[in-house]
Design a protein around this ligand. Structure first.
Ligand SMILES: CC(C)(COP(=O)(O)OP(=O)(O)OC[C@H]1O[C@@H](n2cnc3c(N)ncnc32)[C@H](O)[C@@H]1OP(=O)(O)O)[C@@H](O)C(=O)NCCC(=O)NCCS
Length: 199
């Protein structure tokens, strides 16, 4: 059953014209959101060499032709990336970073304040995971801070399980936070035949 507001939000593959808006949307996250999700290549995050590489990867992967070439030739790394948009703006973003087809992909997601709790995060997650499975990835992993109950519930609902807990392993702005590493094996995933991307 559609949740409130879900019918007006579309999930689509990222396009080059979305990139500026994705960075702006990330900047709208509050302190807790940025503390929970800081992949290093979004918005005004402090830039590192990895962050610059991530920004480039996002640009290349947003180009349908560039992405098709990378995927067809199985030249990793690339991003499987999707945005959630209303008529006027982007309300969320998710990706699976594929470094090597034989290694687990790395997953990340955020939803802007005001659009949370309406199924947007779940739909974005389903969308990029479906694409990753379709491409032949066997596993996807992620890290989630131990106090991020909302995200953990979302991931558990998608079939991720905690495989490791690292005390004070996630450093952000001078503080260290406990995190869980979670893994999804597509072969063990509960059935997700329902297509919720076409509303
Ligand atoms: C985590 C995040 C992506 C979730 O997005 P969302 O659109 O709110 O998620 P959904 O509406 O799809 O809800 C996901 C699950 O969380 C549950 N949930 C919603 N609000 C919750 C809350 N306050 N506490 C615990 N669980 C909550 C929902 O019930 C749902 O579970 P269900 O499917 O079993 O009902 C979003 O809150 C966010 O961007 N947070 C900041 C950045 C972040 O933490 N990213 C993840 C880093 S690991």
């Amino acid at each position: 059953m559609p949740r409130l507001g879900e019918e007006s939000i579309r999930i689509t593959a990222v396009r080059p014209t979305d990139i500026r808006e994705i960075h702006a949307a990330y900047n709208r996250l509050g302190d807790a959101g940025k503390r929970h999700f800081h992949p290093g290549f979004l918005g005004s995050e402090a830039l590192s060499p990895r962050g610059i590489a991530g920004r480039l990867l996002l640009r290349v992967s947003a180009r349908p032709l560039g992405l098709r070439v990378l995927r067809t030739l199985r030249i990793a790394p690339f991003l499987i990336a999707a945005v959630a948009r209303t008529e006027s703006s982007i309300s969320g973003f998710a990706f699976v970073l594929v470094r090597k087809m034989t290694r687990p992909g790395t997953f990340g997601v955020f939803v802007v304040p005001g659009s949370e709790g309406r199924g947007v995060g779940s739909r974005l997650t389903e969308s990029v995971l479906r694409e990753a499975e379709h491409m032949g990835l066997q596993e996807v992993e992620l890290t989630v801070q131990a106090d991020n109950d909302r995200a953990r519930r979302l991931y558990e609902g998608q079939g991720f399980v905690i495989v490791e807990t690292v005390p004070r392993g996630d450093r952000y702005r001078g503080y260290a936070y406990d995190y869980h590493r979670m893994l999804l094996r597509f072969s063990e995933r509960p059935d997700h035949h329902e297509d919720r991307t076409s509303s």
